[in-house]
Every structure is written in C-alpha cells, then in structure tokens.
Design a protein around this ligand. Structure first.
Ligand SMILES: [Fe+2]
Length: 320
C-alpha cells in the first residue's frame, strides 16, 4: 500500500471570516471563498478546506470548538486504494464517494479519507547559497521574502489517547514507517520509506485533539518572510522561529482560528531505507536547539525589491 502524503485537510471552524483571513495572510492560494466553504491550495496542489463547524456532511469532531474534521491522504493508484478499502472494511465502516474517495475513521475517532492524489510533483531549482570556498550565488544578491507561499502540507500532529493503538493502525494496516520516537510520549511516522521525516506525529494525551499542522516552505529565508508577515498582520506567535532537534527542521508556529497552530517549516530530514529510528527523551533541549518564544522583536528593515522571476517559483511538472 502506498499512501503518498497529505492531500487535503478539512476544518470545521467557529469563524469563517477569521479562518479566511488567516489562510490569506499565511500565503495559501485562494481557490474558493464563500460563507459555506473556503478552499486554499499549496503550490503542490494540496488543499485546505474550511467550513462552518455546524455544517453538515463532515465527520464528527474529536474535540469541542474549531478543529480538523477530516484528514485526506493521497494514494498513488487505484489498486492501492482498493487494498486500503479491503483492509479498513475488516473492522470499520467505509463509505465511498462517486469519485472513489474512501471515508472512514482512525482509532482516535478522527475522520480519515483516501483518494487518488491530486497533488503534483514540483520542478525545483536549488536556491543558491554561499559558504567560504563553496559559492553558488555569484554577482547576485540573496532573496528576501515579503511573504511565504507554502509548497506542501507537510505534516499533521495529533494528540491521541493511545499512541500504540494509533501507530499500529497506521504502520501495520496502512504501511506507514516509524521514523523516530519520543520516549513514552509519541511517535513520528512517515507514509513511505523514502520521503520527508514525518507526515504524521502522534502524541499521547488524555483526549484526542489537533496539535498542529506543518506547511513546507523553501528555506529559512522564506520562513522568516512569512513569519514577519503573520506577525505584522497581528496573528499571535505560538513559538518560534527556532530549530527542532528531531527532524532537524527550522520552524515558526502561529496560533490559528482553525483549532491548532499552523507552522512554517523547512530543511527537515529526508529518509530512505537506510534511516535509523532513534529514541529521544522529551525535554526542552530535544524540542529545539534554539528558539525565540515570541517571534522576532523589532521592526523589519525594508528588504531589497526582487522581481517574481527572481523568486524561482516552482512549476508543476506532472501528477505524482
Ligand atoms: Fe511540526
């Protein structure tokens, strides 16, 4: 079975207006914005949909208030979709849409779905960076971002009452891989053997809830540009910027009106069959090498103006 990654997230929210403003400021591309449903996209065509929390047709919430209502995983082919349906039907209800999307539930109660992936592969160019005796940016100034344009929905983090049962479900029944472990507290899982460090991070808690959502951006410079924009727009910093120990990524989290912080991240570890899972003791020093608890203090200096061409925007290549 090959779950490719996160294709779509559906949120039920208390305030559509706040959620709309949040995702516009966050840098997602607006596809549709109405009082009943708003849809946004990352560059690789992963989708975020927000609906009023009392709207019909969504799975039941796992917690009170605004939260994630359905996590839709992208699958690479019809044969795998069929295998997933057969596996899930062994012990839980599965409903199937006309387009073949499967809807069911994870052990935590969270609505999950599977569809042929609608995300696209990206044709990227290396962003040149200079180091002594190793230069790749020559006669050219560096890029300063005024906003972020997230490339991917990289990961979802959930608080669940039984991490063992939840991770067994994803590993043993859906073919996920264990990447790293927080001793006695949680597990980092990836959908495929060869992919980014984690698409799902499960943390032990009394009741299920959304912890946060992570969006992949190009590099630390785009993360800082996006973070500045969110800060200046008045969105409260949850934590960051900073750098994690587990997954090695840089991060900056902003509290959101969709039920959990949304994070910009970049430079996460990439794993193959040679990756060796490690057990980390949960502690502030394993959470981050460094972090700023409340964002960057001070007014941002005016960056040099760059043209769109200079930003090296990725082009969609072909369906993944
Ligand atoms: Fe994260």
């Amino acid at each position: 079975m090959a779950v490719a990654g996160i294709d779509k997230l559906i949120f039920g929210v208390e305030s559509m207006k706040d959620a709309q403003k949040y995702y516009n400021d966050f840098g997602l591309k607006k596809v549709r914005e109405t009082a009943a449903s708003s849809v946004y996209r990352t560059v690789n065509q992963a989708e975020i949909e927000v609906r009023p929390m009392k709207a019909k047709g969504m799975p039941k919430p796992i917690q009170a208030g605004s939260t994630l209502r359905e996590l839709i995983w992208g699958v690479e082919n019809k044969a795998d979709l069929k295998k997933i349906a057969t596996e899930l039907k062994k012990d839980r209800d599965v409903t199937v849409d006309k387009d073949g999307t499967l809807h069911s539930f994870a052990p935590s109660g969270l609505g999950i779905a599977f569809r042929l992936t609608q995300r696209v592969a990206l044709q990227r160019k290396v962003i040149p960076m200079n180091s002594p005796e190793l230069v790749s940016r020559i006669d050219e100034r560096a890029i300063y971002y005024k906003a972020a344009t997230p490339l991917t929905v990289g990961h979802v983090v959930l608080n669940v009452p039984d991490v063992k049962a939840e991770s067994d479900f994803y590993i043993k029944r859906l073919g996920f891989f264990l990447t790293d472990v927080y001793r006695g507290r949680g597990v980092f899982l990836r959908t495929k053997q060869e992919t980014g460090h984690h698409q799902l991070f499960l943390l032990e808690d009394d009741k299920p809830s959304l912890n946060h959502i992570g969006f992949g951006v190009r590099d630390i410079n785009e993360m800082i540009g996006g973070g500045y924009k969110m800060q200046n727009a008045g969105w409260p910093v949850a934590v960051g910027p900073g750098r994690h120990i587990v997954s090695s990524c840089y991060f900056w989290y902003f509290k959101s009106p969709v039920g959990g912080p949304n994070e910009y991240f970049c430079d996460e570890d990439y794993c193959t069959k040679n990756w060796k899972p490690k057990v980390f003791d949960p502690a502030p020093e394993t959470f981050a090498e460094w972090l700023l608890p409340k964002g960057i203090v001070g007014k941002r200096p005016q960056p040099p103006t760059r043209t769109k061409k200079d930003m090296g925007k990725p082009k969609a290549k072909k369906a993944a």
